[in-house]
Ligand binder design. Structure first.
Ligand SMILES: Nc1ncnc2c1ncn2[C@@H]1O[C@H](COP(=O)(O)OP(=O)(O)O)[C@@H](O)[C@H]1O
Ligand SMILES: [Mg+2]
Length: 503
């Protein structure tokens, strides 16, 4: 149907182009007055706009591709070279609008396995090849390698400490201040609580969710190692260094406990910026986010540009993570590190699920923080089946992803952060809780929620420039529709005018 419609359009505009040329060709060439310059320049553009000519041009250019590719790949091993030539022939057929059924099938398969999101080839390669190799080559740590320092946090699943990698195998004395040399050895150590449930053998391949603290730690180690193997994604997450199980008790590390280790990225999280720990928001971030270009800007412009910069970096990080088939499921300011050079790094992958292998995915359960979790609570629709073994999960991942749009779970959390950063009254934790309840009462229709609130909150950052920020928030903080769509994905949000246009 679509192809037929395209043909009709092409035909009619080609006819229009031909009739135009006939009218212009009738006077004898010698009697034509010299054409003004502008007209002469416009002629190629007119010719290029003729779809028939474009098609002829494209197919004549494409006709040379198979020979060119055959020449370029002559030195390759024979099967690879002939595969490349066959694909070039298929592409040339498509460019000439004469694809063969086999050619189209080959190109479709190529797209599905290599380019669709999440790519089955990347998922399979990672799980069956890179993961085992990385485990063999990974740096081996033990309890003797670290000095534990301050405890930074803790919850049901584990406790987080600042620590140092020991120099020359000797523990560091505990001092308040760190020397510049010590700062280079600073790490974050997360102790995953061991519980009675332990870790099931072959748990990762069972296609299910972690059932206790020990398995959550195990999943987090898997996810962090997985994202570190991707050259683009590793730049937007805290640098993961490794995992160890203590075999003896040493300096606060007890025998049998399991530990995850990251590079210490920064003292500050976006949570610290929001709650005022770093100073008045958003001024506390303007310097590192905008640099010198913000000098001389008025306060509101600086604030808007800062919020845009943070949101843009957050969506870039999410887009990269989602391209691997991973949904974070716990996106919130406390899990976003702000580095001194204005980068953001995602942390805390204990709740993440990898849809390209089914790891930590269960269609009936999901871990969530009610302040930031999307209202659907699950990343995939309820009737979605349990994940099959990784080989099948990776092969079917693009279909599952296209159908269930699980990444929109993180989009909602990012929308919540946008509201929090932009509206001062929503920054304190308590008001955020009541905002959540009110939004649920309004059926997740942000415009409905806003009408009675308009006078009591400051929407100026979102309303600037024709209300682009508000429009983005409305499109993020909404329900998914029956087709599992209706909310912007991270890549769509990056194309929204609020993030594309300057403040
Ligand atoms: N790589 C890191 N660099 C600097 N600080 C970190 C890093 N990882 C975690 N933190 C700090 O530790 C806190 C808790 O870490 P997180 O992984 O979120 O654990 P939890 O599961 O307890 O939430 C973070 O909010 C942050 O302040
Ligand atoms: Mg956390």
């Amino acid at each position: 149907m679509v192809a037929a419609a395209c043909h009709c359009q092409l035909g009619s505009s080609a006819a229009a182009g031909r009739s135009l040329r006939r009218t212009g060709a009738s006077p004898p060439a010698l009697l034509l007055p010299p054409r003004p310059r502008q007209q002469r320049r416009a002629a190629p553009a007119q010719a290029a706009a003729d779809p028939q000519e474009l098609l002829t041009l494209a197919s004549s250019v494409a006709a040379g591709w198979p020979a060119a590719v055959a020449g370029a790949t002559a030195a390759w091993p024979a099967p690879l070279a002939s595969a490349a030539t066959i694909l070039a022939t298929d592409l040339a057929d498509v460019a000439a609008m004469q694809p063969t059924a086999w050619g189209a099938a080959r190109l479709g398969a190529l797209y599905y396995f290599f380019l669709a999101r999440p790519s089955p080839v990347v998922g399979l390669l990672d799980f069956y090849l890179l993961n085992p190799i990385a485990r063999l080559l990974q740096r081996r740590f033990s309890e003797a390698d670290f000095t534990l320092r301050e405890r930074l946090g803790g919850g049901n699943y584990g406790q987080v400490f600042e620590g140092l990698i020991n120099a020359n195998g000797l523990p560091d004395p505990i001092t308040r201040e760190l020397s510049p040399e010590q700062k280079k050895r600073r790490v974050i150590l997360k102790k995953a609580n061991m519980d009675a449930q332990g870790i099931r053998t072959n748990f990762l391949k069972a296609g299910t969710i972690a059932r206790g603290a020990a398995e959550t730690g195990f999943v987090e180690a898997y996810m962090c190692a997985r994202v570190m193997r991707h050259p683009q994604v590793r730049r937007v997450v805290a640098e993961y260094l490794g995992y160890f199980q203590a075999s003896s008790t040493s300096g606060g590390i007890t025998s049998g406990s399991q530990w995850l280790v990251w590079k210490f990225e920064s003292d500050s999280t976006l949570g610290d910026a929001c709650d005022g720990t770093l100073g008045p928001f958003p001024d506390c971030l303007s310097g590192i986010m905008l640099g010198r270009r913000a000098q001389g800007w008025d306060e509101e412009k600086r604030a808007a540009a800062t919020v845009k910069a943070v949101m843009k970096k957050l969506f870039v990080a999410l887009e990269r993570l989602h391209s691997l088939g991973i949904v974070h499921r716990d996106i919130k300011p406390e899990n976003i590190i702000l580095t001194a050079d204005g980068q953001i790094k995602l942390i805390d992958f204990g709740a993440a699920c990898d849809l390209s292998t089914g790891i930590n995915f269960n269609p009936e359960y999901g871990m969530l923080d009610p302040r930031y979790a999307a209202p659907e609570e699950l990343v995939m629709p309820k009737n979605f089946p349990r994940a099959p073994p990784p080989v099948l999960a990776a092969t079917l991942a693009p279909c599952a992803w296209a159908w269930g749009a699980p990444d929109l779970f993180d989009s909602y959390s990012a929308g919540m952060i946008l509201m929090q950063l932009s509206i001062p009254q929503l920054r304190p934790g308590a008001s955020q809780r009541s905002f959540n309840a009110e939004l649920a009462n309004c059926g997740y229709d942000l415009n409905r929620w806003r009408s009675p609130k308009a006078r009591s909150m400051d929407f100026s950052l979102l309303d600037r420039g024709g209300g682009q920020g508000w429009d983005l928030a409305v499109k993020l903080l909404c329900l998914k529709n029956e087709l599992n769509r209706g909310r912007l994905s991270a890549s769509q949000a990056l194309c929204h005018p609020f993030l594309l246009l300057p403040a």
